[in-house]
Design a protein around this ligand. Structure first.
Ligand code: AMP
Length: 185
């Protein structure tokens, strides 16, 4: 991915201080995806990276992972699989809970998401990785329903939160931009 594209992506992300709560610097990607040329350039760059790998599915994490994931899946001509917050998927699901600052959250995937393809090769995608709790739970879900995560891909990394580094113990991690502190849970 070119430095020019990275620079353009970086300047397109809007930072909202103290959202959704005090002390959090929220990274707003709506100002990137409403720029058609830039959104397309990002998806093209990701397509170039993942075209070289034998990918069966793109798995996106609710909800911003759906935006990038569905576009990338379409560009690659592969299926898209959603990982959703508890209670949103209608068929039988695998569930995984992970801890937040206060309490915990649960995400789910359909048990037949990978259409019985043995060892389905998947890319996991989300907009941002902070503590990595969401991504680690997503990785477990992928494995539980028979997939193999080839790489986890994030537009933004908050290195101070350490999530990408921890996730690298389990899977290859590709992040495009490093950004400042703030965990938006
Ligand atoms: P984590 O589980 O801590 O890695 O958090 C990742 C999830 O929380 C992703 O789905 C992000 O979209 C969201 N998130 C965490 N921190 C932020 C932030 N500063 N700005 C925007 N989204 C965030």
């Amino acid at each position: 991915m070119s430095e020019k594209l990275k620079k353009d992506l970086n300047s397109a992300i809007r930072e909202i201080p103290d959202y959704p709560k005090s002390g959090i610097l929220f990274k707003d990607i709506t100002t990137l995806i409403n720029d058609g040329a830039l959104f397309a350039a990002l998806i093209e760059a990701l397509k170039e990276r993942y075209n070289r790998m034998q990918i069966d599915f793109i798995v996106g994490i609710e909800s911003r992972g759906f935006i990038f994931g569905a576009a990338l899946a379409y560009a690659l001509g592969v299926g898209f699989v959603p990982i959703r917050k508890k209670g949103k998927l209608p068929f039988s699901t695998a569930k995984e809970s992970y801890s937040l600052e206060y309490g915990f959250d649960t995400i789910e995937i359909h048990t037949d998401a990978f259409r019985e393809i043995p060892n389905a090769q998947v890319i996991l995608i989300d907009d941002l990785i902070a503590t990595g709790g969401t991504a680690q739970a997503a990785l477990k879900l992928i494995e539980r329903v028979g997939g193999r995560c080839v790489e986890a891909c994030f537009l933004l990394d908050i290195p101070q939160a350490g999530g990408a580094e921890r996730l690298r113990e389990f899977v290859g991690v590709f992040t495009i931009l490093d950004v400042g502190v703030g965990n938006g849970h």
